[in-house]
Ligand binder design. Structure first.
Ligand SMILES: [Zn+2]
Ligand SMILES: [Zn+2]
Length: 420
């Protein structure tokens, strides 16, 4: 019996892990610059948190969650998205303290679990880098969230990201779009895809972001939320545009950006990259002014975004940014003869404690075999230790590229190898 990893998951191996680390470290660094603090929430939550916040009729909740009953009979769900757990912690840990208008800025890098149809760039466990800014209704904060994402994309070398923005209104004005949308497509629902026929009643706004060509034709003439916004939402959208323009951020207004989650209000946005083909989204987010209240707290506004690390890595690959050569590094300790084995083994550990990346051949093969191995594994140099060296208190350091050799005193070896 050979086990396989679950469908839609992947093993991230040592040769690829450095790309992940680079992306994650850059995200952390950009969040530090924007003064966001890290939050790590549990990998599972009460199922009800996702149902209440994301919405029972959304695809995520109705079809895609990993839900299980624990031994106490409670329904639990693996993290299905990043915002609801963050808001739950924001309330439970009272992160605002006494100041109900204080802006709390949080970021996370976490796996997200959804039992989606596996396809290119979509995983059942994918990884998201996200931020949430909770406590301010100001459009300047929406623009800041967008600016952080663009700064991040730029910092990892991704050029050509497109920003699409829209407003999905608020509880005062959004229902009118649902009504008008229903009325405008009523005669053609029968010709739309199965998903849209189901969504027509339960999740009407999502008719707008269906990728199906027939569905798009049906909704081409549909009313636009931007024409139906109430005064407050209209002013907010103008404020967003004003702040994006002040930062020189280019954007397109796209009335089809509605996002799949129930909690969005006002600003909705998405980042796309042409290098990705059909699944071209590399992140997105929006404002959720009602979510804190929906999660059992007071009325506190918020805005956030998430970007998929797998997608970001795919874009970097497509742009030829992924295969920069790993520089040679580290020392391979070569013990010459049996009497040198234990001294070499001790030297190996002394060097590691002193901060040098070092390795040895536990199979104790011939010196030639060890040198070939050290070269193939990409070590910068080999440190040869035999009876002569031990007697003199030195090691012979051989540069793997040039073949040049020099004797270095053992007591200064670590400093020498570190280039000090
Ligand atoms: Zn409104
Ligand atoms: Zn459709």
């Amino acid at each position: 019996m050979r086990y396989q990893r679950p469908k839609g998951t992947q093993d991230i191996l040592p040769d690829v892990a450095p790309r992940w680390r680079m992306v994650e470290n850059t995200f952390r660094e950009v969040c530090r610059r924007f003064d966001f603090g890290e939050i790590r929430t549990p990998i599972f939550e009460d199922t009800d948190l996702f149902v209440r916040s994301v919405g029972a009729e959304t695809d995520i909740v109705s079809k895609e969650m990993y839900t299980f009953e624990d031994k106490g009979g409670r329904s639990q769900t693996l993290r299905a998205e990043g915002t609801a757990p963050t808001v739950r912690a924001f309330l439970e840990e009272n992160l605002q303290g006494q100041d109900r208008e204080r802006l709390v800025k949080l970021y996370y890098i976490a796996p997200i679990f959804r039992q989606d149809k596996p396809q290119a760039g979509r995983y059942r466990q994918h990884h998201q880098a996200g931020i949430e800014a909770i406590g301010s209704p100001e459009p300047a904060v929406d623009a800041e969230v967008i600016s952080l994402a663009l700064t991040f994309f730029e910092a990892i070398g991704i050029k050509g990201t497109r920003l699409l923005v829209n407003s999905v209104g608020c509880p005062a004005c959004a229902p009118s779009l649902v009504d008008e949308l229903k009325a405008s497509v009523a005669d053609s629902v029968g010709s739309m895809c199965r998903d849209c026929q189901r969504r027509y009643e339960t999740n009407t706004l999502r008719l707008l972001d269906c990728k199906n060509e027939v569905c798009r034709q049906v909704t081409d003439g549909a009313p636009k939320m931007l024409d139906l916004l109430c005064g407050e939402c209209e002013a907010h959208f103008d404020g967003l545009r004003e702040h994006l323009e002040a930062l020189g951020i280019a954007y397109e207004i796209d009335p089809r950006i509605v996002r799949g989650l129930d909690y969005y209000t006002k600003t909705a946005f998405e980042f796309r990259h042409d290098a990705l083909g059909a699944q071209d989204s590399i992140g997105g987010g929006g404002r959720y002014d009602g979510l804190v209240e929906q999660c059992g707290g007071p009325s506190i506004p918020g805005v956030g975004l998430g970007t998929g690390i797998e997608r970001v890595l795919l874009v970097r690959e497509a742009l030829g940014l992924a295969d920069e050569e790993q520089p040679r590094e580290g020392s391979f300790i070569v013990a010459i003869g049996d009497e040198a084995w234990l001294p070499a083994y001790r030297l190996l550990h002394d060097l590691r404690r002193a901060g040098v990346k070092a390795e040895i051949d536990y199979r104790r093969r011939s010196m030639r075999a060890q040198m070939r191995y050290a070269d193939a594994q990409g070590y910068l140099n080999a440190v040869l230790l035999g009876g002569d060296e031990i007697a003199k208190g030195v090691a012979t350091v051989r540069d793997m590229l040039s073949g040049e050799q020099e004797e270095v005193a053992l007591d200064g070896l670590a400093a020498h190898l570190k280039g000090e």
